[in-house]
Design a protein around this ligand. Structure first.
Ligand code: URA
Length: 194
């Protein structure tokens, strides 16, 4: 299944289209399970992701897994995970425009091949790539947007942001994430029952 995705991955693993190939340890193409249900698009690999070749394996990734677990979703059975760029920027700086455009073909192919029904746009950098004309993440998180191939896209906070904001009070980032993930689960359940 998804043989074409394997071909894209193979090409990506040896990619030298931008200078990040000089400093990477591993290309981080994707994680989770390839399916047409939920795709999460993050920012870029960090230190641990670069070492392991897998997305969201550091602290932010552990929190992401907990968030999914709260609504009985998991990367083992439901979610395909990727990033806007596949190689770690030095010191975890924001990806540069030329790095994003060099890497865009891989993300576009991932979307085109899988045609996910739900796309979660995780954090500010992914939002800039997927919905560049929209305002900040705080304004648009939790809203549904029409995406490619008849998908529905929802921007959500990045787990790193939640790690920096500990409050769980009503209206706090963690509380808002809880509302958003419940809404995502509702949409997911509707899709499965179709
Ligand atoms: N943050 C991201 O956006 N992606 C990762 O893969 C890890 C941390």
């Amino acid at each position: 299944m998804f043989e074409e995705l394997e071909q894209v991955k193979e090409k990506c693993l040896t990619c030298k289209k931008c200078s990040l190939h000089k400093t990477r340890t591993n290309v981080v193409f994707s994680g989770g399970i390839p399916n047409n249900k939920i795709m999460l698009i993050g920012e870029a690999p960090g230190y641990y992701e670069d070492k392991k070749g897998e997305p969201f394996v550091g602290k932010a990734g552990q929190l992401l897994d907990k968030i999914f677990d709260c609504v009985n979703l998991s990367r083992q059975k439901d979610v395909y995970i990727c990033n806007t760029i596949k190689c770690r920027p030095p010191e975890n700086r924001d990806p540069l425009p030329d790095e994003k455009s060099a890497c865009r073909e891989y993300l576009d192919k991932q979307i085109e091949i899988l045609k996910p029904k739900i796309i979660l746009i995780c954090g500010r950098v992914a939002l800039n790539s997927m919905l560049p004309e929209e305002g900040g993440i705080t304004k648009v998180r939790g809203k549904w947007f029409d995406g490619p191939y008849e998908s529905k896209m929802m921007p959500i906070f990045h787990p790193s942001y939640l790690l920096r904001n500990d409050s769980r009070e009503k209206g706090s980032p963690k509380w808002l994430m809880w509302q958003d993930i419940k809404e995502v689960k509702k949409a997911y359940d509707t899709l499965l029952n179709k």
